[in-house]
Design a protein around this ligand. Structure first.
Ligand SMILES: Nc1ncnc2c1ncn2[C@@H]1O[C@H](COP(=O)(O)OP(=O)(O)OP(=O)(O)O)[C@@H](O)[C@H]1O
Length: 573
């Protein structure tokens, strides 16, 4: 009872997903109704064939009927299959839309817990599996209907044959046992193939490192081992296939032989006539097909349970809370972290009761040793993550109550290793910028971030493709493009995470100047190791091991705080 309840609970997210995906249920019903009509006709055909063979050919025009129905059936099955494929593809599209929409709105903590490859599987393979499973469910329903209708028809012809056919059904099902193991083997083979693909992707992305470390030989051996696992899984599948195929074909022959022998016996004994015998022989050919199709659908449905549950669970994950009543806009509001604790999904405490004041219109620098939690503070300010306890205040209001979209639109962040997106230089500079960008605004951003020099070197200028996540650009060039985007965005709040870290001395001094202008009178939080940036800040927050150790101006901290003094002196070395 308890187990049943638990199983029902597990399936709840899946049904919720089906509801949200707005599947073409009307077309499903139409298709199943059409399939049932076709199946009814097909199950009745052996009876007509029996009558023809028994000599009613010319009397009743049955031949014409038989030919018409057979050809009609063949033609009718075509639109049904086309419709079936169309429904599956449409269901797939709707499911992908829903799953993608949910992924893009997942809180970052949830995203961190799922490797990108698993999220790709959720959108691509899980959704396809679910849409095919729905087709299998309807197909299985049709199979059960055909099988039952066939047995009822046979019962109407002769009860003894009905009992014999009824006994053959479980025997045919038993012949499918190896194919059941084949499903597990296919699963193993797919997992092995996926692991091998992952292995290759990892190695190829680290090819430079492999060469630098002269590890080609070792990687050759590792590749052999990874490929071996894949090979073993494929051999296992092939072995089962060798056993399964003869069993299935053998079973077909056994069914026909049993029907011929027993049917022949009943015919000789005068219990059935030749008309029934012919029909019976045709039913003997149809029976295994219906059974195999049933087993095939059932196994596919069972196999898809994992995908259905995982995708269902994903869609039920609480999304980021975007819609809050309060609007962001408030002039002259300071930002404040009040007793904030935070851990990433690995649960290691990263921020430990952190409180800090970020005055509006001033430049606040966060300094501290590596791993002290500086970047994490910026992520919390951007509301990419929520504090586990404590709160972020904006003026007199809690950040949680403010519309998330508006909040993020007011913040501009340049992260440490500015990852770009895809497309052209222009696409990247204007990404996320609302409204049209005038040529004058663009010129100003290009000039300030020193991007002009980059585009002049590129073949198609602003329209040049930057490669996958900016792979055709150097780290410094990527950083400058990210800065140009920020200058164009002109946010109210600026978050810079060692924004000039990838730049050479020439670019750094130029961009520091541009940033100086950008930060003037604007609330800015700068994470910096660079002494020049720290010194010029209005206010410094010094952090260590996830705690705020001290705050103040550079001079006061240098005078009064031993740890800060040591930290700054180390930067000078
Ligand atoms: N996505 C993440 N998942 C798990 N742990 C993380 C994640 N990001 C950062 N951390 C951990 O949180 C701690 C603080 O990281 P954070 O990036 O905030 O430090 P930081 O002071 O900015 O360091 P650095 O100066 O080296 O950039 C580190 O121990 C880091 O390993």
């Amino acid at each position: 009872m308890g187990q049943n309840k638990k199983q029902k609970q597990e399936w709840k997210p899946f049904f919720h997903l089906l509801k949200e995906a707005k599947l073409p249920w009307g077309w499903y019903v139409f298709n199943i109704a059409a399939s049932l009509v076709c199946s009814t006709v097909m199950v009745k055909m052996p009876q007509v064939a029996g009558k023809i063979m028994a000599g009613e050919i010319f009397d009743s025009g049955l031949v014409a009927l038989y030919i018409a129905v057979t050809i009609g059936g063949a033609f009718a099955s075509l639109p049904i299959s086309v419709l079936d494929s169309w429904i599956s593809l449409r269901a797939d599209r709707n499911l992908r839309k829903i799953v993608w929409k949910r992924i893009i709105h997942l809180p970052m903590k949830e995203v961190d817990a799922m490797p990108p490859t698993s999220l790709v599987s959720r959108v691509t393979s899980d959704t396809s599996t679910i849409s095919y499973t729905l087709s299998y469910i309807f197909s299985m329903f049709n199979n059960v209907y055909s099988l039952v209708l066939m047995l009822i028809t046979i019962a109407g012809m002769n009860m003894k044959i009905f009992l014999m056919m009824g006994l053959l059904v479980p025997c045919i099902m038993l012949a499918n046992i190896p194919s059941h193991f084949m499903y597990h083997a296919r699963d193993e083979q797919q997992n092995a193939a996926a692991s091998y693909t992952n292995f290759l992707a990892e190695r190829l992305s680290a090819l430079r490192q492999i060469k630098v470390c002269a590890s080609e030989e070792k990687e050759d051996i590792r590749n052999d081992e990874a490929a071996k696992a894949c090979f073993r899984a494929r051999i296992k599948l092939a072995k089962l296939d060798f056993i399964s195929q003869p069993l299935i074909y053998g079973m077909d022959a056994v069914v026909q032989a049993v029907v011929l022998i027993y049917g022949g016996y009943l015919l000789n004994a005068g219990e059935i006539n030749s008309e029934v015998m012919v029909s019976l022989f045709m039913y003997a050919a149809m029976l295994p097909t219906y059974c195999y199709q049933f087993v095939f659908c059932w196994q596919n449905i069972k196999q898809s349970q994992g995908a259905a549950r995982t995708a269902g669970k994903l869609v039920q994950t609480e999304p980021e809370k975007m819609q809050r009543k309060q609007s962001f806009a408030i002039p002259d509001a300071d930002l404040r972290l009040e007793d904030v604790c935070f851990a990433y999904e690995d649960k290691k405490q990263v921020l430990d009761h952190v409180s800090m004041e970020i005055p509006r219109g001033k430049v606040t620098a966060i300094a501290g040793p590596s791993g002290s939690g500086k970047t994490t503070v910026l992520k919390l300010l951007e509301r990419l993550y929520q504090p586990d306890s404590g709160r972020i205040m904006f003026g007199g209001r809690e950040a949680e109550d403010i519309h998330l979209d508006e909040w993020r639109a007011s913040f501009g962040m340049v992260p440490q290793n500015s990852p770009l997106l895809f497309g052209t230089v222009r696409d990247n500079i204007t990404y996320g910028i609302e409204g049209n960008v005038s040529e004058k605004e663009m010129d100003r951003a290009l000039e300030a971030a020193n991007v002009r020099e980059i585009i002049e070197r590129m073949q198609d200028g602003m329209e040049s493709d930057i490669g996958d996540v900016g792979s055709r650009l150097s780290g410094g060039e990527r950083q400058r493009i990210a800065l140009a985007r920020m200058i164009l965005k002109d946010p109210e709040y600026l978050l810079l995470d060692e924004a000039t870290s990838s730049l050479d001395a020439h670019n750094e001094s130029r961009i520091m100047k541009a940033l100086g202008i950008l930060m003037r009178g604007r609330t800015s939080v700068v994470v910096a190791h660079n002494l020049r940036t720290i010194k010029h800040a209005d206010h410094i927050i010094f952090m260590e091991k996830g705690r705020v150790v001290s705050t103040g101006t550079h001079d006061s901290l240098y005078r009064n705080n031993e740890k800060y003094r040591r930290y700054v002196d180390l930067q000078r070395v």
